[in-house]
Design a protein around this ligand. Structure first.
Ligand code: RFL
Ligand code: PHB
Length: 393
């Protein structure tokens, strides 16, 4: 078996693992990133798109924000539609002038991979981590399988940035692990279409047929979502059915049809809320989806992951440079306070915007919440601050 040594072994090359690698690299902490998928796969994986104000600054501070600042779309407001009317929430006016940047998660990933490879830092694609050992000793190690056989990496710390179905959160012993979970009775069908955006800002829409979201990636690419049944498959949704349903749900008394184009990517994602505690076990630290999942309605998944890594990088640097354990000791508690805030906001947005087929009382409550969110300055201020910069509040 091939043997390697590093200070921090990072499992997973999603946004969390890659940003952690970059922040540690810049602070002179040696690290290795292992990813079970290929480079092409992680660079093409279409997911989140909204970057919070403080998280865009974090990416900048890490030296990875050049293309984000050039190509990202800065938005100062967001639209809500319900009962065939449209209401704009002026995010920047309500949130101290702050804005969001719409920039695809896979572009963040591409930028971080390019930087890492340029710097000659170690990034092993097609390497699946199969075991984490010695986590409660001074000599942890991980084992991975790659195309050329097995590899063992001895390290001082392990960062589990391998998503919710990875190996890291399964390594927490049952006595330590506690999992808080909620599933929702709907999924999102997401498409990426070669169509210029119809709207300049994102549109969150509640319609009696279900949820819809209008988003975008560039002046020529639109990203749209429909709330569907969890049992729905892509086969049940022809292109025509998707566009008809988007038009039906997004229609208002004033607007015309949305721009259509060739659908270049489509997927169905189940909606879940999950929090795993503790986010630390011995020398293993969980970050991002490995520790928590939010339903995408609040656009928080990637932002939460990157905010964890901001805390973790600082803690690891303090420990490895200055032998100071204070931030490591508080890592889990520090992150969880923010994580639960994001869970609450994502749950609020989800429950407000997805009608319930079987519960008309719930539907009445949802509409009352929406009216309050767009008509009450206090309610829209809370919404705007959470939407724009929850992870830095
Ligand atoms: P990631 O991005 O899942 O990266 C984890 C990486 O770890 C790798 N991996 C392993 N590598 C080595 N050995 C193993 N044993 C491994 N097991 C797993 C995986 O291949 C992967 O590359 O987690 P990270 O970095 O924490 O980032 C979190 C974000 O990706 C996530 O929160 C968001 O994308 C969530 N999410 C969405 N969030 C939004 O705000 N808006 C969206 O529209 C949205 N769409 C989505 C999503 C998540 C999805 N998942 C998890 C299935 C759509 C999907 C399909
Ligand atoms: C996206 O652009 O993919 C997106 C935007 C807002 C969300 C979720 C996804 O809440």
């Amino acid at each position: 078996m091939k043997e390697l040594r590093t200070q921090v072994a990072i499992v997973g090359a999603g946004p969390a693992g890659l940003l952690l690698g970059q922040l540690l690299q810049r602070s002179g902490v040696d690290n290795v990133v292992l990813e079970r998928r290929s480079r092409e796969y992680v660079e093409q994986r279409v997911r989140a798109g909204v970057i919070e104000f403080g998280i865009a600054n974090l990416i900048d501070d890490a030296g990875a924000g050049e293309r984000l600042r050039r190509e990202g779309l800065v938005h100062h407001g967001v639209e809500f539609r319900f009962e065939r009317n449209a209401y704009r929430v002026p995010l920047s006016d309500l949130a101290d002038g702050k804005s969001i940047t719409v920039y695809g998660q896979q572009e963040v990933v591409k930028d971080l991979i390019a930087l890492r490879l340029q710097a000659g830092a170690s990034l092993l694609f097609d390497h699946e981590v199969t075991a984490l050992d010695g986590l409660t000793t001074d000599e942890p190690s991980i084992e991975a399988e790659g195309v050329d056989g097995k590899i063992r990496i001895s390290c001082e710390y392990v960062a589990g940035c391998d998503g919710s179905f990875g190996v890291a959160n399964r390594s927490l012993p049952t006595g330590i692990l506690r999992k808080y979970e909620r599933t929702y009775p709907f999924s999102w069908l997401g498409i990426l279409a070669e169509a210029p955006p119809t709207s300049e800002e994102l549109i969150y829409c509640r319609h009696e047929n279900g949820f819809a979201l209008y988003s975008m990636r560039s002046p020529t690419l639109s990203r749209l979502y429909l709330g569907v049944r969890p049992s729905d498959t892509l086969g049940a949704w022809s292109d025509d059915r998707i566009w008809d349903e988007l038009n039906a749900r997004l229609a208002t008394v004033e607007t015309s049809e949305i721009h259509q184009g060739r659908i270049v990517e489509r997927s169905i994602t189940a909606m879940r809320s999950v929090v795993v505690t503790a986010m630390r076990h011995g020398r293993l630290f969980l970050a991002g989806d490995a520790a928590h999942i939010v339903p995408p309605t609040g656009a928080k998944g990637m932002n939460l992951a990157l905010a964890d890594v901001r805390v973790l990088a600082e803690a690891l640097v303090a420990r490895l440079h200055d032998n100071d354990d204070t931030l490591m000791a508080t890592y889990s508690a520090t992150c969880l306070e923010r994580v639960w805030r994001a869970e609450e906001f994502s749950n609020y947005m989800t429950q407000m915007l997805h009608p319930n087929d079987e519960d008309d009382f719930e539907n009445g409550v949802q509409l009352a919440r929406l009216r309050q969110a767009v008509h009450s300055r206090e309610a829209s201020t809370v919404l705007a601050r959470n939407y724009v910069d929850l992870n830095s509040l």
